[in-house]
Design a protein around this ligand. Structure first.
Ligand SMILES: CC(C)(COP(=O)(O)OP(=O)(O)OC[C@H]1O[C@@H](n2cnc3c(N)ncnc32)[C@H](O)[C@@H]1OP(=O)(O)O)[C@@H](O)C(=O)NCCC(=O)NCCS
Length: 203
């Protein structure tokens, strides 16, 4: 089974090239310590709407450095999509390998007992990469990463905002099921969704 240390020591274990439907290519790979500048450009480029739908601690070089410094610390695994050949980061795919007590409590209320074999996931694509099927094309790689970390189910990091109809449709397409709804600390309505990795992906 893979560990965060093993991935940090050899990012190539999770690095894959992916041919997109439009004929272009991206590289799917773990975030590395040398990515701060490219990651800052990605965060800075996110529109106000993308920042509303997918929230980070900041959208500048300091925030990017924080994410790079967190590699192999805590429970986070972050992967990126590089545009080929520019090397521009066009996606940030985040896993949290540990569960949050608030998530455990919410899912339990919905009758689901979360376990150490569950993980949390949240994707963000650059604005010009959204809505073109890229998220769907990359999802089998995401599911493969989760399985290689010994995970059997994926839930959403912080849920998905109830008005984020594209993301909800996206998750449903990958086979996620809605478990319930909750109101976050900011008073905004969100949905919990879960994917069982034993079931065939996609619909
Ligand atoms: C969510 C995200 C990762 C999905 O990736 P993507 O490449 O855009 O998704 P896809 O194009 O593969 O699939 C989107 C689906 O939603 C549909 N869709 C697009 N806009 C929609 C809308 N407004 N309402 C409902 N469905 C919509 C698309 O038609 C497609 O479904 P289809 O293939 O059946 O036609 C990406 O859009 C993103 O990064 N969004 C901004 C950040 C965000 O919302 N992250 C999730 C936080 S929980």
């Amino acid at each position: 089974m893979l560990t965060l240390t093993a991935v940090a020591e050899d990012p190539l274990v999770l690095t894959r090239r992916l041919d997109l439907n439009d004929g272009s290519e991206v590289v799917f790979r773990p975030l590395t310590h040398t990515d701060a500048d490219h990651l800052a450009a990605f965060l800075e480029g996110l529109s106000a709407e993308s920042r509303r739908l997918s929230t980070f601690n900041g959208y500048d070089l300091a925030a990017a450095r924080e994410l790079c410094d967190a590699i192999a610390r805590y429970d986070k695994l972050r992967l990126v999509l590089d545009e080929v050949p520019s090397g521009r980061i066009v996606g940030l795919l985040e896993f949290s390998l540990d569960l949050h007590s608030a998530d455990i409590a919410r899912y339990r209320r919905a009758g689901i007992r979360l376990a150490a074999t569950d993980c949390r996931f949240g994707p963000t694509l650059a604005d010009d990469y959204q809505g073109n099927g890229v998220g769907t094309q990359v999802f089998p790689l995401i599911a493969d990463v989760a399985r290689r970390f010994g995970k059997k189910r994926i839930i959403l990091l912080g849920g998905v905002l109830a008005d984020n109809s594209r993301a909800i449709r996206y998750y449903e397409k990958q086979g996620f099921q809605t478990v319930g709804a909750f109101t976050g600390a900011d008073g905004v309505r969100a949905l919990d969704m879960i994917l069982d990795l034993h079931l065939p992906l996609g619909r």
